[in-house]
Design a protein around this ligand. Structure first.
Ligand SMILES: NC(=O)c1ccc[n+]([C@@H]2O[C@H](COP(=O)([O-])OP(=O)(O)OC[C@H]3O[C@@H](n4cnc5c(N)ncnc54)[C@H](OP(=O)(O)O)[C@@H]3O)[C@@H](O)[C@H]2O)c1
Length: 261
């Protein structure tokens, strides 16, 4: 084993990665690491200006070729546009990262609006499932590939009854990961997930950017909150040759939160 061998184990040269939910936060950082590892990038999120700005940052910082597509993962016409544009531009999608997620349904389940319930399931569960199936038919069924879903430690808990709907979608996404892994392994497709604990992003701002939250993370096994860089390394492992036998797993990256409960 030498440096070249190590580099080739983690190289994404010749691969195209589609990352949904990549204009900021965890998704943008995964795209950055994939670009630095040699992948061509297709990135998407809802807001056109946000995804174009992320594409410009990624081109400058990684030297990668980047296609930015504004698409809401919960809308059928947007999913079709995303897959069609990715295939027309790159001709292949070897790596799919279903990272877009939302939580519009805070509060006890008894009070969650039906519209919020529908939205959270559309974005966090149905979007990843349908997009995976579209990429399966467009490329991976014949050519193999790798799918990574961003779940959460919420997959493994109740969220203190304030995030019940979010927890249910993420548990289901973990289960979807396992079932697709078992169904699609014969097509040389690996399906895994990453389950972050609290990572400092816009989505989790309420958990760390509030008066009284200055010491958030200090009670964790290693006393600090997560940063987006803490997630991207595992995403590279799962997408690269180094992770070739990892399939059907949900890799928990939570700084020991679950084991400390
Ligand atoms: N941060 C944490 O502590 C944490 C912990 C556990 C799990 N997670 C999961 O990690 C993933 C990324 O979260 P993050 O913390 O990085 O959040 P973030 O900073 O808010 O980024 C979310 C990204 O997803 C996009 N997005 C949101 N809704 C979308 C939709 N319907 N269709 C397409 N794109 C959409 C956003 O861009 P637009 O607004 O332009 O659409 C943005 O690019 C989520 O699945 C989240 O559930 C986060």
């Amino acid at each position: 084993m030498n440096h070249e061998k190590i580099a080739s184990m983690f190289s994404l040269d010749g691969k195209t990665a589609l990352i949904a939910g990549a204009s900021r936060g965890i998704g943008e950082e995964i795209a950055r690491v994939y670009g630095l590892a040699g992948a061509k990038l297709v990135i998407s999120s809802r807001k056109p200006e946000g995804i174009q700005e992320a594409a410009a940052r990624l081109r400058e910082q990684t030297g990668a070729q980047v296609l930015a597509v504004a698409a809401n993962i919960s809308k059928p016409e947007d999913r079709k546009k995303l897959v069609d544009e990715a295939m027309a531009w790159a001709g292949r999608v070897d790596i799919l990262v279903n990272n877009a997620g939302t939580n519009p349904a805070n509060g006890p389940l008894a009070d969650v609006q039906e519209s919020a319930w529908d939205k959270i399931f559309e974005v966090n569960l149905k979007g990843p499932f349908i997009l995976s199936r579209m990429i399966f038919h467009a490329w991976m069924k014949e050519n193999g590939g790798c799918i990574i879903n961003t779940t959460s430690i919420a997959s493994y808990g109740t969220g203190g009854s304030l995030e019940g709907a979010y927890c249910i979608t993420k548990s289901a996404l973990t289960h979807l990961t396992q079932i697709l892994a078992s169904e699609w392994g014969k097509h040389r497709i690996r399906v895994n997930a990453i389950a972050p604990g609290v990572i400092k992003t816009r989505l989790s701002r309420a958990l760390w950017d509030h008066p009284g939250m200055e010491h958030a993370g200090q009670n964790l096994a290693v006393p600090r909150l997560g940063e987006v860089e803490d997630i991207a390394g595992a995403a590279l492992l799962l997408a690269s040759k180094a992770g070739e036998l990892i399939n059907g797993q949900d890799i928990i990256i939570d700084n020991g939160t679950l084991v400390s409960r």
